[in-house]
Structure formats: C-alpha cells, structure tokens
Design a binder for this molecule. Structure first.
Ligand SMILES: Nc1ncnc2c1ncn2[C@@H]1O[C@H](COP(=O)(O)OP(=O)(O)OP(=O)(O)O)[C@@H](O)[C@H]1O
Length: 375
C-alpha cells in the first residue's frame, strides 16, 4: 500500500458564535447573557493545497491563530472541508490533545478501551496493548480506578501512552510538550522519536523552528488561514522568519523567547537608554547572524515604532575581539519623543531590534546596563 496525504483546495468555514450586546456596545451581565448569540461564518482555512508522500516530514508554521491546529483537524478527518478535499492512504494517528475525549466516570482500563476504539483499534489489538499502556503511564495499580480520581499529570501520561501505543503510517502532531517528572519526559521523548522515525509521513505544527529545521524536509507557512508558502523547509523557515520579523515588537519578543534559534545567532545588547529632553538616547552593540554590522536599528518606544537606517556607528574593540570580525558594531540612535510622552519606566518601554535590512529584524535585544561586552 502506498501511503500518502493530500489536500486539494481545502477551505474550511466555521461558525463564529458571538454573544449579543446591548446598543451601547457594553455587555451587561444577565441581560447580555439572556440576549442569545448571533452566528456568522468565517473561513478559518482558505484554499490550501499540498501533498505529502512517503518519507515526507512537513512542518506547519504560522503565528498564533493562523490555522495550524485546524489544518491538522481537517487532515485527520475531524472537520470535513467546506470546499475541496483531503485524501489519505495509510493508518493515521493525531497527537493533538492528550486528554481530550476521556470519560470521567469510566475506569482507567475502560478509558483505554474507549480511546483505543475511537483510534480504530480492534479489541484484540487493544487487549494486547493494554498492559504496556498502563505500564508506560505508571498506572498499573490504578487500572480499576475511575478517571476522575487521577491527577492532571496522571491523565496526561495516560493520554500520551494511549495515543502513542500504536505505530501509525501517518502521524499528525500539534506542539506536543510532555509535562511531568524528568523521567517521564525523557521516556515520552524517546517514544516520540520512535513514532516519528517509524511513520511514513509526519505533519508537525509548531512554533519551534529548531525542531522543524531538524525534522522536516518540507514546510507550510500559514497566514490567516492561507498557505503563503508550501515547499522546501529551508525556504519555508526563511519565509516564517520574515513574517515574524515584520510582526509587532511584543510578538517578536515573545516568539524569540520561546524559540531562541528563530533569528539565528544574532547577538547584541542595549546598554544605555537615557532621556534628554525631547530625545531618547539609545546605545548598544549588535552583530548580525552573518557576523555583520547592523544595517537598521528599530526602536519601539511605548508602542510607537522608529526605524533608523542612518545612525552613529561606534567602534567596539571588545566586540571585534570576541567575534573576530571587523566592523563598527556599536550603535547610537536619538529617538524623538514628545516631552509629555509617558515612556516611564525606562528601559522597560523601549524595545530595540537590529537587522541587516528592513524586514530582517532580529530578536529584540536584552538590556544590560554594564557597558561591558556580554555575549
Ligand atoms: N471551533 C472553532 N470555531 C470557530 N472558530 C475557531 C474554532 N477553532 C478555531 N477557530 C479559529 O480559527 C483560527 C485558527 O485557530 P487555530 O487554533 O487553528 O490556530 P493555530 O495556528 O493553531 O494557533 P496557535 O498557534 O495559537 O495554536 C483562530 O482564529 C480561531 O479562533
């Protein structure tokens, strides 16, 4: 049997139920809650086409709310597309939500059977897998206990053990962070790599570009439900990086903190932020991931962005020595701020990013007030 997974012009409309509010636009407690909802439909996925063949590992990237999880749900058949079609050949397992679909008042064993049946397993397969599942979840002596007596960590372990008990041909995964004690996390990671290695096709939605770089040969980049890129992983990662670089400074900061490799090895710090009447002096140093000087300094002050393509470059002997590169890596910019502007506290309301060019801004720089070189 040839294993494949294809999406052809997939569009998904979902109902958006909104609570009615009174004429003033304010929701007013009981009155509003009795007012009912109004339903509109919106395209959560728009015209998505791609195909995965045996050996493909596809990473799905996109900012929050872009439609990554919803696309996985369409691929696993949970949501039938409104337009277009999904074609699949091969057994499929999705790891979307470990604890979804448990029955609170059924026992642990009954839950294994319920979830396993929903996964399409036959009774004999389930009976054979049951001891291993209980053992993996560390719940052998709780097999006859009702689910609602388990802790959230125990449920998570049980859900993980069931969902990964069988090797599928096609594995669909959302950002999957195993929680629990260190020993469980390690066993969970080992099992995940076995399952990923054993699958013919893997589709992984994640914000973790390091993981996608390591695992995937293809990438789909989603933006507001549209696939703005489908193709080779390296080019897809560039596309996502550009998308993040153009996003707001807060979002860049958040994503970069959660994904240290997103912007490559860009290093630098902000060392001085001083208000001088109607200007704000911002100084620091930065080396781009290709070892070059900054081409643009972007400063956001209390939410207002300023971009400087011309700015004072300073020689930083310490940075040159450390990087072994030549260039004036220090920068100083004077940002105009109204005397009345509320920019306190400093430097918390100042976010500085540098890049080689517009649209290639790196992660926001840390503030280190020492004036010393800090890598
Ligand atoms: N059942 C639903 N009904 C209506 N709208 C939905 C439903 N599920 C998701 N959405 C909307 O669809 C959009 C895409 O959501 P989705 O969870 O797929 O995004 P995502 O890219 O996985 O986001 P994140 O990175 O935050 O997990 C969001 O705007 C979300 O509000």
């Amino acid at each position: 049997m040839t294993v494949y997974l294809r999406a052809d012009s997939v569009t998904l409309e979902l109902p958006l139920d909104v609570q009615r509010v009174d004429d003033s636009g304010h929701s007013t407690g009981l009155k509003a809650s009795l007012g009912g909802t109004s339903r509109t439909y919106r395209d959560v996925l728009k015209n998505i086409t791609f195909s995965a063949e045996e050996g493909d590992r596809i990473g799905i990237l996109g900012l929050n709310g872009a439609g990554k999880t919803t696309l996985l749900r369409v691929l696993n058949g949970a949501f039938p597309p409104t337009l277009g079609k999904v074609e699949r050949s091969g057994s499929t397992q999705s790891l979307l939500n470990a604890t979804l679909g448990f029955a609170e008042y059924a026992t642990v064993t009954e839950n294994v059977i319920l979830r396993g049946t929903a996964m399409g397993l036959r009774r004999r397969q389930l009976e054979a897998a049951l001891p291993g599942i209980l053992e993996f979840a560390g719940l052998v002596d709780r097999a006859a206990h009702r689910l609602h007596t388990l802790s959230s960590g125990q449920r998570m372990r049980l859900g993980f053990a069931i969902s990964t008990a069988i090797q599928p041909d096609i594995l669909l995964m959302d950002e999957w962070l195993a929680t629990g004690d260190a020993a469980f996390i390690q066993r969970a990671q080992e099992r995940m790599s076995d399952r990923v290695n054993g699958s013919q096709i893997v589709v992984l939605a994640s914000h973790n570009t390091g993981l996608i770089r390591k695992l995937c040969n293809k990438v789909i980049v989603l933006e507001s439900g549209r696939a703005v890129f489908v193709g080779d992983a390296a080019a897809g990662l560039e596309c996502y990086r550009d998308m993040v670089a153009n996003a707001s400074a807060e979002l860049r900061l958040y994503l970069a903190q959660n994904d240290p490799l997103l912007f490559g090895e860009t290093v630098g710090v902000v060392e001085r932020v001083i208000r001088q009447g109607s200007t704000l002096l911002v100084e620091g140093w930065a080396v781009s991931d290709r070892g070059r000087e900054a081409g643009i300094v972007h400063v956001e002050v209390a939410g207002t962005p300023f971009a400087f393509e011309k700015f004072e470059r300073k020689d930083r002997d310490d940075v040159r020595r450390y990087t072994g590169r030549s260039g004036n890596f220090g920068f100083a910019v004077e940002v105009p701020v109204a005397e009345s502007a509320d920019i306190m506290p400093l430097p918390a309301k100042v976010i500085v990013s540098v890049g080689e060019a517009k649209g290639q801004l790196g992660a926001p720089l840390r503030y280190v007030a020492t004036g010393e070189f800090v890598a």
